[in-house]
Ligand binder design. Structure first.
Ligand code: RB5
Length: 162
């Protein structure tokens, strides 16, 4: 798969571990940096990767910042980006299978290099499941397209499903 990776300045080393893991699994990874000592703010890095994945330029994204949180929040501002912060592999796998996550984010101050590699491995080995999970992902996509108002919530709610 075509994968794009980016981080802020707080997570350079862990990003390189994530990239190495993905490459070892046979994926093509483009590294957007930064290099050690170079400053990149997480809102920019997250939104850029969100755009690159949501537009189809890349299949999946790898992100990292201090906690993994800020950069994933930025990515998730982009319609079509479904970024997940993970501190263990189970969430990485399930987020891919159930939520069709397309970007995984880790926190350099939260997980070590081995855990980060296992998270990436689980994320890349998993595939979105079909059936009811796919239907819910379609509901997520609908939220991308519209302002969330009460009408949309009602259409998604239990009454609409009975
Ligand atoms: C940068 O110091 C830090 O705030 C950032 O890497 C990240 O943790 C934000 O969510």
């Amino acid at each position: 798969m075509r994968i794009v990776a980016h981080s802020d300045h707080a997570a350079v080393a862990i990003r390189l571990e994530m990239i190495e893991q993905a490459r070892e699994m046979g994926h093509q990874v483009d590294d957007l940096g930064p290099a050690e000592g170079e400053r990149v703010d997480y809102p920019y890095a997250g939104a850029l990767v969100g755009h690159k994945v949501a537009s189809g330029e890349y299949d999946l994204g790898l992100l990292a910042c201090g906690t993994g949180v800020g950069i994933s929040m930025a990515a998730n501002k982009v319609p079509g980006a479904r970024a997940v912060v993970c501190s263990e592999p189970y969430t990485a796998r399930l987020s891919r299978e159930h939520n069709a996550s397309n970007i995984v984010s880790v926190g350099a101050r939260v997980v070590g290099p081995g855990e980060a590699r296992m998270i990436v491995e689980a994320f890349l080995a998993a595939e979105p499941a079909g059936g009811r999970h796919a239907e819910r992902v379609e509901m997520l996509k609908a939220l991308d397209d519209q302002q969330l108002d009460l009408q949309i919530l009602r259409a998604m709610g239990p009454a609409a499903q009975s």
